[in-house]
Design a protein around this ligand. Structure first.
Ligand SMILES: [Zn+2]
Length: 377
């Protein structure tokens, strides 16, 4: 299916640094834009670059508490009377910084701008690379995330009467989004991630399947460290595809974190950029007409740029040559969009990863499939 696409970005999204040493470096967004631009990805009518807007307070308050919003605003202008610690700000994962409110409300507004492009038929697919900040909780910052743009974007779609399937392929569990929709069947949330036994935030086990009316509408597929492309893709096909097909969403929302990359410095899965985009190709095949794609984690900066370039090619129906254009290649010393896997993984680890994925898939099929009337042959 060909989709008219918008890519939501301008340089205001890559201005704010969380701290000098923080792994979430804003230039990864600019690199992605520059790499796509070097392929002339926005030079055609069917693929349009659009700027973000800021989210309003009212929009942010759809999910976050007034106390928290006030604190983010105060800390953002250096108000000494505001204490960050009750809201989980401090040294480490969630430093507060000057301009934090503008940065967070603009990345949330960017995802809302994507939603608006879908609702107005300006586009069928939108990619908001600064979004996907899936850990933020109603009353506190969490896992590098201040405002939870996936939740706020989904809420807007639900308000318009749409049935939403959210699928999160970040290396970390999409806990904030799961939390927001845990007791409703109006939104299906699915997360594939490195198991919480090994990685932050320590949740996302197969037994977490939703509550009340939402039972069966939260799905978790934990994976073992060093899981690579083929096992990942197999687990995805065995779980995500049948459940989303039965759910029949009006719109698909995907979080495309690429911290699952084998060179990512803070996680342990072992995907390549082409493996990641093969998963995105599955989304392209299964999504209804409307598809909102969000960014997410990813801390090897050039892996982020290369993967999201491949992903946007899939989203917008463009094929980019694997060899990176000269201008970008010279500036950043990267040669190709795809990877040659240079991480030796022992056979015993591969076998453990396979067995672990099989257990997760079986558990999802046992715990979730009956809620959707899916029977196993
Ligand atoms: Zn992540």
């Amino acid at each position: 299916m060909l989709r008219k696409s918008v890519f939501v970005y301008d340089d205001t999204l890559s201005q704010h640094s969380l701290s000098d040493t923080h792994p979430m470096k804003p230039e990864r967004l600019r690199y992605t834009y520059e790499l796509l631009d070097s392929y002339d990805a926005f030079a055609q009518e069917r693929s349009v670059l659009i700027p973000p807007r800021s989210a309003t307070e009212e929009e942010i308050l759809q999910f976050h508490t007034r106390d928290y919003l006030n604190a983010v605003q105060g800390l953002s202008v250096g108000d000494q009377s505001v204490s960050g610690s009750p809201f989980n700000f401090g040294p480490g994962d969630n430093p507060s910084y000057r301009g934090m409110y503008e940065a967070a409300s603009t990345s949330t507004g960017a995802s809302l701008r994507g939603v608006e492009a879908l609702l107005s038929d300006e586009a069928d697919a939108a990619f908001s690379i600064s979004g996907g900040l899936h850990h933020a909780m109603p009353g506190y910052a969490y896992g590098f995330c201040v405002f939870n743009d996936p939740v706020i974007a989904i809420q807007r779609l639900v308000k318009e009467g749409m049935k939403v399937a959210y699928v999160d392929i970040d290396c970390h569990h999409g806990d904030g989004v799961q939390h927001a929709f845990y007791d409703t069947d109006a939104v299906l949330t699915i997360s594939l991630h490195e198991s919480g036994a090994f990685l932050f935030p320590g949740t996302g086990f197969t037994q977490e399947t939703g509550a009340g009316r939402g039972r069966g509408y939260a799905v978790n597929v934990p994976l073992y460290p060093y899981t690579s492309d083929d096992v990942y893709l197999w687990a995805f096909r065995e779980t995500v595809i049948p459940v989303v097909e039965r759910f029949r969403p009006d719109v698909l929302v995907t979080q495309l974190g690429i911290d699952s990359h084998f060179r990512d410095p803070i996680t342990h899965l072992a995907l390549t950029t082409q493996g990641h985009s093969a998963v995105v190709a599955e989304f392209a095949a299964m999504a209804p007409q409307k598809w909102l794609a969000l960014g997410g984690g990813g801390y090897d900066l050039q892996a982020v740029a290369r993967a999201w370039t491949l992903d946007y090619g899939v989203i917008s129906g463009q094929v980019f040559a694997d060899e990176i254009p000269e201008s970008y290649k010279t500036a950043y010393q990267v040669d190709s969009l795809s990877d040659v896997m240079d991480l030796p993984i022992q056979q015993s680890v591969i076998d453990e990863g396979k067995a672990f994925a099989e257990d997760s898939v079986k558990a999802v099929q046992r715990l979730v499939f009956p809620s959707h009337g899916i029977s196993l042959v």
